[in-house]
Design a protein around this ligand. Sequence first.
Ligand code: URP
Ligand code: ZN
Ligand code: ZN
Length: 503
Amino acid sequence: MSTPVKKVPIHLQSSQNRLVIRHGKIVNEDGITEDDIYIEDGFIKQIGRNLIIPGGTRTIDARGKYILPGGIDPHTHFEFEFMGSKSVDDFYQGTKAALAGGTTMIIDFAFPKPGESILDCFYNYRQTADDKVCCDYSLHMCLPHWSEQVKREMEILCKDHGINSFKMFMAYNFMLNDAELYSAFEQCQKLGAVAQVHAENGSIIAKNVERLLAKGIVGPEGHELSRPEEVESEAVNRACVIAKQVNVPIYVVRVSSESAANAIAERRSMGQTLFGEVEASSLAVVGNPHDFNLVTSPPIRSNPNTCGQLLQLLSSDVLQVVGSDNCTFNSKQKELGKDNFSKIPNGVNGVEDRMSVVWEKGVHAGVIDPTRFVAITSTNAAKIFNLYPRKGYIGIGSDADIVIWNPTATRIISAKTHHQAVDFNIFEGLECHGVPEYVIVNGRVVVDEGQLKAVQGFGRFIETAVFPPFVYDPAKVEDLKPQRNGNVDEIQDIREIEKIISE
Ligand code: URP
Ligand code: ZN
Ligand code: ZN
């Protein structure tokens, strides 16, 4: 199988490709400034006041609005074949919906089919996604089995194909055992890759499922009953113990309960390098045991305090990232599990609404400020997966992935109006203060005064380098911080800085 042909980015060399945003409040994770931004050829060229701008440049007036780095959703599963179904949002519709909600980059999970080599899986995902994506994307590679071949191919993926993260499962029938996890972590450490874990104790879950079904509990209420919080927190702690043996930093995906987050807090306080991701669904939805459509793993908890607790932990940096774990199956597909809850295809929506939900529950509710909003929806993911400061930052030389956010406008989330393929929305009826009025992706305005104009295939595959400083060498992160004001012609381009750091 040959390496996929790299797409040439679509860059229009005309005044359409020049844009100035005036009078807005620029929000980065480290502060808010009031400056103008000049964009040319897909990246930020100047930031400051009284900029000298070429004639014919389009101006957007952002008075009263926030200018945010485009959201980065590090957890999607587009057109994913899972539990006998295929998720209905494909790379086109999924990334289009992402843009509608203010997310300008996604990182999907390449998931090998049984027996498929992880290299072939990578090529297949590139072939599927490259011509469909409306925004930039990267891939994490899942490791549903362990072997010497997997180990070898991990190295090839890191060295030749821009993959820098791997996901290991501690649940499902493709989970790795502790010894395999140990080996996979060891290889991640050697390569400088980010080791991600889906942390639930799969053996306990399997026994609980058996017991519940035997008792006649076949409905969706069995899902959370089979996966209580301690089954999640035990796995988080075990993953940390294994990671500590080989001194590898880990990233726990989809932390869904206070118990699991507490396990992370304890390990972080012991000095272990460890990151936690929460999903938008766990911040805004209280689990309803009877709702098939809410079934996802680890579960959306029915404890009404969980949403608020997880938000507090994001605010205090016990947890760092909000993803969506967008894995959408229509109601009909969910019915596959009508006689057996363990057969309900797992997954919910979120790629479109993640930003609005976090703003509503976080900023509008007064729990976090706009700078922390930027950190948890964009910058931290960019740092962890080594995209920063090209992504996740508004600075000279960064990609022009920008959202102009109107904090006073409102919208009500509904499946009737969303851009996703899925036929329901778990946030149905939620009123959100804060609307992405303009979304700019690689310098192109794709949401224009609220109108979506996404272009299929406009996105690029972004290669990610190993040894992200934020993960492996936090002291180096400060060196990465780009100049915030000035002109790109007068200062060193960010890409030069990135090169120096990675050498
Ligand atoms: O329920 C979920 N999260 N479905 C997708 C597969 C996974 O575990 O990420
Ligand atoms: Zn998972
Ligand atoms: Zn997932």
